[in-house]
Every structure is written in C-alpha cells, then in structure tokens.
Ligand binder design. Sequence first.
Ligand code: CMC
Length: 432
Amino acid sequence: MSNKTVTLTDNATGKTAEFPVREGTHGSPAIDIRSLPPETGYFTYDPGFASTASCSSDIAFINGDEGTLLYRGYPIEQLAEQSSFLEVSYLLLHGELPRKNELEAFEDSITNHTMVNESLKNFFHGFHYDAHPMAMLTGVVGSLSAFYHDTIDIHDPDNRMLSAHRIIAKMPTIAALAFKHIMGEPFVYPQNRLSYCGNLLNMLFARPTEEFQINPVAERALDQLLILHADHEQNASTSTVRLAGSTGTNPFAAISSGCAALWGPAHGGANEAVLNMLHEVGDVKNVPRYIEKAKDKNDPFRLMGFGHRVYKNYDPRATVIRKTCHDVLDELGMGDDPQLELAMRLEEIALADDYFVERKLYPNVDFYSGIIYRALGIPSEFFTVLFALGRTPGWIAQWMEMISDSEQRIGRPRQIYTGASKRNYMPLHRRG
Ligand code: CMC
C-alpha cells in the first residue's frame, strides 16, 4: 500500500474527499474508491470496466506499450521457448516454477486424471451432430460438478487444488470427445504414455483403423500455443470466472461460464475470423484489393488478426508463434496450401505497407494460431475450444487466488438507472 492519496472535489458543493492510492509491482497506480459512495454519495461510471481494477493479482502482467507479457514475473517468450504447458500450469497455480520432483508429481497427477466418467461420454450422444463444439464444451465442463460434488468444498485448499488438476487434465478429453462427435468418429481414450499435447493430438486424430503417428513439430507447436494462451490478466472470460466464482459457486460451474464468455467473436473467436477472412479473400491475386479495402475508411473490412487493443508496438506472443508457424508449415510441407500461401502473402504485404507500419498493425497471436491450427487439420469452429484449453490453468489459478483473497466480495457492479420514474400499475382494461 502506498502513502499517496488523491483528493476529489465536488465542484457543486466544494466538498472534498481523500482516497488512498494502491500501487502494484508494475503498471499504473489505482485510486481505491471503495469508500466513495458512503463519503460522497457518488458511484463511478465505467462501462466495460476499462478504467477499473477489479482485484489485485500476482499472476500475470501486460505492458501494452512495451509489448511485454509476464506470467508470475517470467517473460512469455522465455516460457514459450524453454518451458512446457504443464510446467507453466504449475507456475500459474503455485506461483513458482516447480523443482524436478514437483514437476514430475504434477505431470503424473494430470496424466492420471485425464479419464472422464463413462456416463459423461453419454452426454455427447444427446448433442446434434453439427452442434458447435463450444456449446458442448461449455455444457459438459459445467456438468463435471455433478461427478465431483463431494470434493468441491471451495473453502478447502486441497479440494481446490484437486479440482484444478481435474479440470486441467479433463479439458483435452472433453475437447476431443466434442471433436469426435462432430466428425462422427469413435471416441479415443486418453493414453498415459503420451505427453499432454501428444495425448490431445492422439485423441483428436487417431482412428481405430490405422496407426496414428504424432508429429513432434505439431506436438510442440500445440504446446507452445497453449502456453501463449494460458493467461492474460483480467480479460472478459477470466473476469467472468472470477465474477461467477465470487458467488461461491463450484469451480466447474465458474470455468464453464468462462468458456461461455470466451466463445464470443470479440474474445476467443478472432482466430476463427482470420480463417473466414482468408476464405473471403479466396486467392493470392485478390490480396492487393483486400489490402486497399482494409485501408479504406469507408469500407468496414479490416484485416483480421492484425492490430491489438493492448499491445500497441507488437504482440510478444505473435513474435514467438510466427517462427513456429513457419516451422510447422515447412515441416508439414504445407507451403503450397492455397489458403496458407494467401496468409503468408498478406503478412508479407501488410508488414511492408506504410498504412500498417505507421499504425503499428502487426499480425497478432490469433493470425498465426489460426494458420497453425488450419495446417494441423483442425476445423475453424474448433479453434476457440483449443483457446479454452490453453486458458484453463489461468482461469483456475485466478479463481483460486480470488477465493483466498480476504478483500474479495461478491461481484456486484452498480448502474445509472435511466428508466421510467416510479409509476402505478394500470389494469389491462384501462390501458386504452
Ligand atoms: N485492419 C485495418 N485497419 C486497422 C486494423 C485492421 N485490422 N486495426 C486497426 N486499424 C486501423 C483503424 O482503422 C485506425 O485507423 P485510423 O487511425 O486511421 O482511424 C487505427 O488502425 C487504430 O485502430 P483502432 O480501431 O483505434 O484500434 P483499437 O485498439 O481500437 O483496435 C483491434 C484493436 C484488435 C480491435 C483492431 O486492431 C482490429 O479490429 N483488429 C482485427 C481483429 C483482430 O485481429 N482481433 C484480435 C485481437 S487479439 C485478441 C486477444 O488478444 O485475445
């Protein structure tokens, strides 16, 4: 807590009120306005909470101007290049990197929680064959609470950690069940001998009729993408998990609400939008026309996967994943795929074009993740599911942090009421 204060003056009455300032390790300080309503009679108005810190958090930090993203203090580039998704999950949950034996125990626990109850599999038979995978994921993740209701005492730290392990372990299995249901193929059980991402690839693509070979480049690319998506401060889905969790609901219900928030096109759907855009552009010969459309203020078309609300110089996740994207395309021999060729041409032209350079509109993480997923043979409506899978350790770490934060209260924003003044009910026969 800093000693600084901010004094606000009500110009109408001349009354003043002093508020403490809270400072974190990095980032802008915040005025602690919890005593504002009782002291002044005012609330604050902040749609989208863009000027409001809803909590204190030790987990992630973004500096948009510098293009940095830290998980527990570690730069995302270092984690993406040197760590693994499970090690990063441990880091997010526990706050420190694990020692060798701690990592082994964590990996072992996750591996041994990947199976889902057989009756949970039956839920998928009730979904329509063309159900959106996020609809299935959201519903089935919420339903996990029906299987583990005896171990979801949110006030017990061991129960909380057990739920965290279960959800991180079961997300790939549930995601793959949804995938196989859409494909009309038999479900594939998790295999304990495989890595987290090797297992995911196997559950997605293995068929009973032939041996499935896991490509190590694909396995590593997927692992890296999950690391890059593992946390991103108080974004919409994480805030949703915290808000739902603040009511004391169980962790599976809270994570399910995070999935629902992530599903929206303004959040997790951007990489799907990149693929839709590539489909619209259609051919490399149309790229210059679409670049002109993107620059035309009278045309609503924008280059999907370019620009970022927070990262104004570059998206540090994109820098890492750009190289991996090119490695994946080379490894899989996909350089000739027309849609991927189109994507690479767009990247090349936009990076050299003054309009994009001056506005610092670099390709963001979603541009490359969409291309990698497409190269791996993952359909675009499934991209958000993989985003959810990657974000799960972040969601659950933020939920755990919230539960143990003594300052946290049930989330309950206020409003400025602009509706009708109090009036009397008019019986139907007298309404004219
Ligand atoms: N294509 C063409 N022009 C663009 C684009 C684009 N993708 N993005 C921004 N601009 C222009 C915009 O027209 C404006 O020009 P001017 O200054 O001449 O008026 C300038 O660049 C600044 O744009 P802005 O809309 O003020 O920037 P913003 O911070 O409000 O928007 C954004 C950020 C991500 C919404 C936007 O860049 C965009 O719509 N990008 C495409 C969609 C996309 O890829 N979204 C995923 C973001 S990553 C999600 C995540 O991290 O989870």
